[in-house]
Design a protein around this ligand. Sequence first.
Ligand code: A2H
Length: 255
Amino acid sequence: EGVQPQEYTLIKMEVVTPFPPKLSVLEGRNVFLAAATLRPETMYGQTNAWVLPDGKYGAYEISESDVFIVTERAALNLAYQNLSRIPEKPTCLVQLTGNDLIGLPLRSPLAINHEIYALPMLTILTDKGTGIVTSVPSDSPDDYMALHDLKQKPALRAKYGVKDDWVLPFEVVPIINIPEFGDKSAEKVCLDLKIKSQNEKEKLAEAKRLTYLKGFTEGIMVAGGEKYAGMRVQDAKPLIKNQLLEAGHGVLYSE
Ligand code: A2H
């Protein structure tokens, strides 16, 4: 962990009912996969959520009504940030693994896709954020390659019990234009660098370096409707972030 705290926006991706048997103890509650992001302005382009298949997660009481599924480490941090029903004390209602979460249908704020699914990503770090990541393949090279892997490899889908319907219908959604890279910057840079899979760490680091800063400094919103389309990313970002927070669709989280 860095010396400076990093502030993330946690996106509340609501688990659609009815719950599967593993989650049945949560019936009657509002249950969310809480994804840590640095790019709230990209939430229009979500195609899925990512979980680590072998990762350990829990369903924690955040308030009287809300339950967040996150790692134990994140739940403890949340409890010290006024995000626990009992202050400074996480309450776990059920322990889960990433495998238990794969295939959950989700409604996520701002997403142009009405319903998306939790899918396996093998490079998720359990000591960063919540261990849940929202996937925006238009603007995140990691997300683009992980979705590409699942789309291209039936054996990978079979290994993790991923149904075709959770993956194949989901196309990259153009949401931000970067003059040099177009409106699917992550896809373009992954193709340019000939990245073959989500495991090519060094090439992906280069792809992220190329897209990340330019997305902020030169990006123009394509998505966002009348309010944000045409606006510079750097101007829209704080507005969209505040909109999510004020609507109760996201919360701030630091670590
Ligand atoms: B970002 P930093 Cl569109 N393991 O959100 C792996 N990656 C994780 C993670 C974890 N436990 N927790 C969060 N992340 C991802 C959107 C996005 C992100 C876009 C473009 C770039 C980007 C959609 N995914 O991040 O190490 C999350 O993905 C590029 C850095 O704290 C989060 O923001 O800087 C970002 O990594 C946080 O990474």
